[in-house]
Write a protein that binds this ligand. Structure first.
Ligand code: ADP
Length: 248
């Protein structure tokens, strides 16, 4: 269990694809309970960074520490997920033909801390957990609706609920509000603020209004390394950042 200090620490990470250096000495750290936004132009290395953290891509050099001592670069994807890192891709991947409840049921049953089997009847413990998750993502009134009938935003929240079922310590979210209405975006900002503290959260996002609403600290990636870091208002007035966004 992590309680305080650093949740995630990338130390001088390098990734090369066919001679192209996608990450060139990327170092950054995120505190326990922090909600950090990662921004940067296309090609900056944001996706590659997420791939390194989750074990999808192995760096050439550098280390990635989770908590005090776990070096993620020595672990494979399932081990990293089991250590408490949950990733959500941009597109929601819920089971459209199942209900909201059933989607969460599958996710809860996949969590080894809940004693349940896919072939057994659902336990009271699992039902309680699903109830909690429905409340957290504010889909209690949609529990019996087919996931395919949900709005885009509701599907994203359901997927966040499914991720939370695994009890992750660190959540990695790729453009969670892309395609959402203003109202859905606002509710997502509230949801992430509720989850922060209990979880460390890293959000890759292009929507600057959303970033301004949720993150105290923003990291700007450019050409595979950190260009600037600090409050959004500060990095937005940084001349190097302005040049990277406007000078292309
Ligand atoms: P971002 O998510 O910030 O847009 P990416 O991490 O996707 O950036 O990409 C960083 C750079 O690495 C880009 O120039 C991209 O073309 C390159 N890249 C990413 N993945 C691969 C790959 N599998 N093979 C070759 N080049 C890649």
């Amino acid at each position: 269990e992590m309680s305080s200090g650093v949740a995630l620490y990338l130390d001088d990470v390098q990734v090369t694809f066919d001679g192209f250096r996608a990450l060139r000495g990327l170092s950054l750290s995120i505190d326990v309970g922090e909600l950090r936004c990662i921004i940067g132009p296309n090609g900056a290395g944001k996706t590659t960074m997420m791939d390194v953290i989750t074990g999808k891509t192995r760096p050439d050099t550098g280390q990635v520490f989770f908590g005090r001592s776990l070096d993620l670069t020595k672990m494979n994807e399932p081990q990293i997920a089991a250590a408490g890192i949950g990733r959500k891709f941009q597109k929601p991947t819920v089971f459209e033909h199942l209900t909201v409840f059933e989607n969460l049921e599958l996710a809860v049953k996949a969590d080894k801390s809940v004693r349940a089997s896919l072939f057994r009847r659902i336990s009271g413990e699992a039902i309680d957990r699903i109830g909690e998750l429905l409340e957290t993502v504010e889909l209690a009134d949609k529990a019996q609706e087919r996931a395919g009938l949900l709005s885009h935003g509701q599907k994203q929240w359901l997927e966040i609920g499914m991720l939370l079922a695994q009890r992750p310590l660190l959540l990695l979210l790729d453009e969670p509000v892309a395609g959402m209405t203003d109202h859905e975006t606002k509710r997502t900002a509230e949801l992430l603020q509720t989850l922060a503290g209990q979880h460390s959260i890293m959000v890759v996002e292009h929507d600057m209004e959303f970033v301004a609403a949720i993150a105290r600290k923003v990291t700007v990636l450019h050409e595979g390394a950190v260009l600037a870091e600090g409050p959004l208002s500060e990095v937005q007035s940084d001349e190097r950042v302005i040049e990277v966004y406007l000078g292309r």
